[in-house]
Design a protein around this ligand. Structure first.
Ligand SMILES: Cc1cc2nc3c(=O)[nH]c(=O)nc-3n(C[C@H](O)[C@H](O)[C@H](O)COP(=O)(O)OP(=O)(O)OC[C@H]3O[C@@H](n4cnc5c(N)ncnc54)[C@H](O)[C@@H]3O)c2cc1C
Length: 418
């Protein structure tokens, strides 16, 4: 792998930047691999990287039906935080935040991770009680989270309109996780791809998995793809909104619903918004990208669908909320909007572990909030595949919990799942 450094950048400038290598190879699929990952999003690429780096499995492939990062990884609003309520969730998401903190150095790729703080606004008594409960639970788990008064909210993020006679939802305070923030979504996919490729992982794009073959004992023996049959005894599925379709190929029925989730960006402007702000009650969240665009997200559409777009009223409702929260953005023009397909579980927590089929592993159900987990999910999926057993952090996030009634109900805890 060509190492990136400041010195290398200057040296190549003298050669008009003509000596950069392709960042990863474009290999033909082999006839067999020790393990195959279905889905070339951040989670799948991360799993391949950690399989190679931490478990010494180098004869592996990532199969992506489109282009890497073209799914939710490249479509999300990049909010990263770990202030979830339950002990299991705090451990899972904070494992990811800790990996984010060293990821650029680990991958030798600037993921533009920016710990600018995630501020969750409270607009009513229920919000205050719920967020204070989160603050206390998080602190007991060693996860940073603090309560701000309306004055402190204004001081931390001056652009916000914290109160006024004309506000439908005045701001009564906020919960701030200072270690939270954002990262550059494409860079995360590209960084993992480049580092995994350097360790020998084959990243195969335009290769859709169309069937999962099982042997006489029921164990996985191969996958059928649009580029031929590939033999393997281990398949890790990290296909986000399409997980239930892929698992169905092996006869496994998943407790998932797939919904469109939308986002939009404004025209770029100078630095004007210094943190990430979320309002669960009025369903809007906003941050400013390094290019200067305001990145805005909404709640899911109210119907299940596989179309990567959404209904206009969701976006306009969100913009109403943003204009009320930050009145100076009323004159901003919106540049583009898009959607992704998110995989939602009944308790709004992920499923990460083994399946009833020997050799088949699944990482899914991250719904509207899995970008923040990218390195953690990849790391734990790799562990589970390599050792054929879950890591203690992902052990509670089984498929069986829905049958056994051991839910980790973050939806009930937070009212939303971002
Ligand atoms: C609009 C929007 C905003 C969001 N905002 C946030 C946020 O602010 N913070 C946050 O934490 N999360 C957010 N999320 C959620 C987050 O994007 C996802 O949870 C996360 O990116 C999932 O990563 P992944 O790698 O599992 O999925 P993906 O990046 O979707 O990767 C799955 C890949 O599998 C491929 N695939 C599917 N079927 C097959 C097949 N049969 N064969 C081969 N390949 C296949 C797909 O093409 C896709 O590339 C948001 C999502 C959306 C849509």
């Amino acid at each position: 792998m060509q190492k990136f450094s400041g010195f290398g950048l200057i040296a190549r400038a003298f050669g008009a930047h003509k000596s950069w290598q392709a960042q990863w190879r474009d290999p033909e699929p082999k006839q067999s691999y020790d393990a195959v990952i279905v889905g070339g999003g951040g989670h799948g690429l991360g799993a391949a990287y950690y399989l190679a780096k931490e478990h010494g499995m180098r004869n592996i492939a990532v199969l992506e039906k489109g282009w890497i990062g073209g799914g939710n990884t490249g479509r999300n609003t990049t909010i990263i935080r770990s202030n979830y309520l339950f002990d299991e969730s705090a451990a899972l998401y904070d494992h990811a935040v800790k990996l984010w903190e060293g990821l650029s150095q680990d991958l030798n790729y600037n993921t533009m991770f920016s710990q600018r703080g995630v501020l969750m606004l409270a607009h009513n008594i229920h919000d205050i009680q719920s967020f204070k409960r989160h603050v206390h639970a998080n602190r007991a788990n060693g996860v940073d989270n603090e309560w701000l008064t309306p004055e402190e909210v204004k001081e931390f993020c001056p652009a916000i309109n914290v109160g006024g006679k004309d506000m439908r939802y005045p701001i009564l305070g906020g919960a701030l996780q200072r270690r939270g923030g954002t990262a550059r979504h494409d860079a995360v996919a590209w960084g993992f791809a480049r580092a995994a490729d350097a360790l020998g992982v084959d990243i195969i794009q335009n290769c859709e998995v169309t069937a999962i073959r099982r042997d006489a004992s029921g164990a996985v023996e191969a996958v059928e793809t649009t580029r031929g049959t590939i033999k393997t005894k281990k398949v890790g599925v990290s296909a986000a909104g399409h997980t239930s379709m892929v698992l169905d190929m092996a006869g496994v029925r998943m407790p998932l619903e797939s919904y469109p989730l939308q986002a939009l960006v404004s025209e770029p402007v100078k630095p004007a918004f210094n943190c990430v702000v979320m309002s669960n009650t009025i369903h809007a969240y906003i941050s400013q990208s390094d290019k200067g665009e305001m990145v805005i997200g909404a709640g899911t559409d109210a119907y299940t669908s596989y179309s990567q777009r959404g209904a206009l009223h969701i976006a306009t409702h969100t913009l109403d909320a943003i204009c009320e929260l930050v009145p100076m953005f009323r004159r901003l023009r919106m540049l583009r909007m898009w959607g992704g397909i998110v995989d939602v579980t009944p308790d709004r927590s992920p499923i990460l572990g083994k399946t009833p089929v020997k050799g088949l592993y699944v990482n899914c159900g991250w719904g509207t909030g899995g970008f923040k987990a990218t390195p953690g999910a990849g790391n734990l999926l790799a562990w589970t595949i390599a050792k054929d057993e879950p890591h203690p952090i992902n052990a509670p996030f089984t498929l069986e919990r829905f049958r056994e009634g051991r839910l980790i109900d973050e939806a009930a805890a937070a009212a939303v799942a971002h």
